[in-house]
Design a protein around this ligand. Structure first.
Ligand code: PLP
Length: 381
């Protein structure tokens, strides 16, 4: 039985062409710790890393490559933004569609004197902007929100949220784990101060690499979470003020960064417009095939244009976990069931506690894959 991989929102597979060879090349043909030594291998690695930072700065509309930070992934990026900017007494606003990367972190920060409010979202995952307006307080320091839901694919109206933050003089940070590589994500368009991204999802790079695109003003307010060697200003007992060093103590994940660099070249060669058209066409095909089936619920927007390629199905007459197992065993279709590390989103979508079976697609998903998945859902429903 052929495998149909529809778990792209968890991690892309296959990876972009060139990723595996970039990782292997780095490991087999020499690489060295960047920013440390002055020999040829170190300088070559430094230049390669700089090129990847430049590609990311370009992708996210960042003022310069020094404001691109590498982290092991979106979770670490989000922790750096929340823990590095909020102090006891501060208030932060999040949405009702957050992943636990944001939700659990603000819950933990609450024990340390930071308060938080949640902007309600409707059962399609859309933000209630008028409710959001009423949540700002004098001590509100930050708004942090997911750009698109990892459960329903809903694209949140973050340009409007960014405008609201700007009017209130509050910093705005975006969790772009599900949108980078899918739709344009830019500091300027979103009026954002920070964009947190993962390299291994829509960007089609390796696991273990992600990062943050920062605005210079917000970067000045951020404290590092990790301290240690940077290869710069080593005479000082303090972390250097210069970026990205201030936030990148320790040895960088060079194979991951260079693998991500190859993935970015592929994303650029295909183009975001083509990636997005493919995603919309496949999402519409899946939604159209399932529409009208009385035994399932499809939380999220009806129009494919209003979501990324993530479609959750709630089977009304079956156990969702059993359905996911049957999809794999009987049809070779790999999905993810349960709460997707996003209980808050499932509450908003009214799919808590049963969760859903999530189908998520990518550039290498074909029309045939989607037709096979839709037929399997209808048969199992
Ligand atoms: N935020 C969202 C919306 C996600 O979907 C995920 C992962 O699924 C994360 C954050 C965490 O990303 P990572 O696994 O790269 O840390």
């Amino acid at each position: 039985m052929e495998m149909i991989y529809l778990d792209q929102a968890a991690g892309s597979f296959p990876k972009a062409p060139g990723v595996a060879s970039a990782v292997c090349d780095c490991l087999e043909h020499g690489s060295s710790n960047i920013n440390r030594s002055s020999h040829i291998l170190s300088i070559r690695s430094e230049l390669q890393v700089m090129a990847v930072r430049e590609a990311l700065a370009d992708l996210f509309g960042c003022a310069g490559c020094e404001w691109i930070l590498f982290t092991p992934g979106a979770t670490q990026s989000i922790n750096l933004i929340l823990r590095g900017s909020l102090r006891p007494g501060d208030h932060v606003i999040i949405s009702g569609m957050e992943h636990n990367a944001v939700f659990r972190t603000v819950v933990d920060l609450e024990k340390r004197g930071v308060s938080f409010s949640v902007v309600p979202c409707d059962c399609a995952g859309r933000l209630d902007l008028s409710a959001a307006r009423s949540l700002f307080r004098p001590e509100t320091r930050l708004v942090m929100m997911t750009h698109a839901s990892n459960v329903s694919g809903t694209i949140l109206d973050l340009p409007a949220m960014g405008e609201l933050c700007q009017a209130q003089g509050v910093s705005f940070a975006v969790d772009a784990a599900q949108t980078a590589g899918h739709i344009p994500v830019s500091l300027g368009t979103l009026r954002a101060d920070a964009i947190c991204f993962a390299g291994h999802k829509g960007l089609m790079g390796p696991q273990g690499i992600g990062g943050i695109a920062l605005s210079p003003g917000f970067a000045r307010q951020l404290s590092p979470l990790i301290t240690g060697g940077t290869g710069s200003a080593s005479d000082s007992p303090e972390m250097p003020d210069t970026l990205p060093d201030r936030f990148e103590a320790g040895t960088s994940n060079l194979p991951g960064i260079l693998g991500l660099g190859a993935a970015l070249s592929f994303v650029r060669s295909v183009g975001l417009d083509a990636l997005r058209s493919h995603e919309i066409a496949l999402t519409a095909r899946f939604l159209n095939a399932l529409n009208g089936c009385p035994h399932i619920r499809l939380p999220g927007p009806k129009r494919a244009e209003d979501r990324v390629g993530v479609i959750s199905v709630d089977f009304l007459r079956r156990d969702n976990g059993e359905v996911a197992a049957a999809l794999e065993q009987n049809y070779g279709i790999l999905t993810r069931c349960g709460l997707h590390c996003a209980p808050l989103a499932h509450h908003s979508l009214e799919t808590f506690p049963q969760g859903t079976v999530r189908f998520s697609l990518g550039w290498f998903t074909s029309e045939e894959d989607i037709s096979a998945a839709a037929a399997a859902v209808l048969a199992l429903a």
